[in-house]
Design a protein around this ligand. Structure first.
Ligand SMILES: NC(=O)C1=CN([C@@H]2O[C@H](COP(=O)(O)OP(=O)(O)OC[C@H]3O[C@@H](n4cnc5c(N)ncnc54)[C@H](O)[C@@H]3O)[C@@H](O)[C@H]2O)C=CC1
Ligand SMILES: O=C(O)C1=N[C@H](C(=O)O)C[C@H](O)C1
Length: 269
């Protein structure tokens, strides 16, 4: 229309959806081209700006992804696993950049996404912030430098509405720690302890999840060695950090060859 990439935001009434609508609408490099919510949601049919309690943005909330995504240049999607698989198929049909922030996907669902990425750019990350993506690199390096005598535990804390655990970020950090040690996370992950668990398995990477209040997102990677500990920490205090990463990914993906990418590609880390 005006040369700016047109962006569809999915799940617009959600915590991230609203943040993304605000960021896209306020970004001179992008155009808000569509707003999606699930069928039956009471925002469907309303102007998205007004539904968010602000001024009209001239974009109605709709529940027909195929039609809305058909003409889009990018789809920014922070929703739920099943919904994301559907949006992936539509983004693939449209050749639109699909930025996926949704977490909690199963291994099978992640494998399914690969098919869609044959015809479009797909950028997926459990955390789109610069700080966490830097922490991923640091975690890998520290894990590689410290031997198995150092136990690795990942502790994450989020708000009381979060539905998946461990968080996508915790799993990214776990993958990085495992890669640093030259092992596969699924072989060493310890994702829940309760009762007579026995002693910690040597080489395990443990996860613990705290849920409460309005915590935006906090992650510690603890390396516990004999007589000392190294703790790498990221604290998110504003969801805008995730939205800005997603916008950067939507722009970065324009004109790139189809395939699967992550925020390390986008940020050049
Ligand atoms: N990768 C990252 O940097 C980040 C990822 N997230 C992830 O994003 C996801 C969403 O988080 P929140 O916004 O806090 O959740 P939320 O529950 O506030 O929002 C999800 C929204 O998706 C909508 N939705 C569900 N199914 C849909 C469908 N079929 N079509 C259209 N809309 C649909 C819901 O109605 C809701 O409005 C979660 O998986 C979360 O872990 C959250 C923050 C940062
Ligand atoms: O659900 C959230 O809120 C968040 N989800 C992501 C995750 O699962 O790691 C990213 C961030 O921590 C916020």
């Amino acid at each position: 229309m005006d040369g700016k990439p047109g962006v569809v935001v999915t799940g617009v009434s959600g915590r991230m959806g609203q943040m993304l609508v605000r960021e896209v609408a306020g970004d001179a490099r992008l155009r808000l081209a569509g707003a999606l919510e699930r069928a039956g949601h009471d925002w469907v049919g309303r102007d998205v700006g007004a539904a968010m309690g602000g001024a009209d943005l001239g974009v109605a909330v709709r529940d027909d992804p195929a039609a809305v995504i058909a003409g889009a240049d990018a789809v920014i999607d922070f929703t739920a696993p099943d919904a994301t698989l559907g949006f992936a198929a539509e983004a693939a049909r449209a050749g639109a950049v699909h930025v996926i922030g949704t977490t909690g996907l199963s291994e099978a669902q992640i494998a399914e996404l690969a098919g869609a990425a044959e015809t479009c750019v797909q950028v997926r990350a459990g955390n789109m912030s610069l700080g966490v993506n830097l922490l991923v690199g640091l975690t890998r390096r520290v894990a590689a430098a410290l031997g198995e005598g150092w136990d690795i535990e990942i502790v994450e804390a989020h708000h009381n509405r979060k539905v998946d655990a461990p968080s996508g970020t915790a799993l990214m950090l776990g993958d990085a720690a495992a890669a640093g040690r030259g092992v596969t996370l699924s072989d060493v992950a310890d994702r829940g302890r309760d009762g007579m668990t026995g002693a910690r398995a040597p080489g395990a990477i443990g996860f613990a999840a705290i849920r409460g209040g309005d915590i935006v997102g906090e992650h510690d990677v603890i390396f516990a060695g004999p007589g000392e500990r190294v703790v790498l920490r990221h604290v998110a205090t504003d969801r805008a950090i995730f939205a800005r990463g997603a916008l950067a990914a939507a722009l970065w993906g324009q004109g790139r060859p189809p395939g699967q990418y992550d925020m390390h590609d986008v940020l050049g880390l």
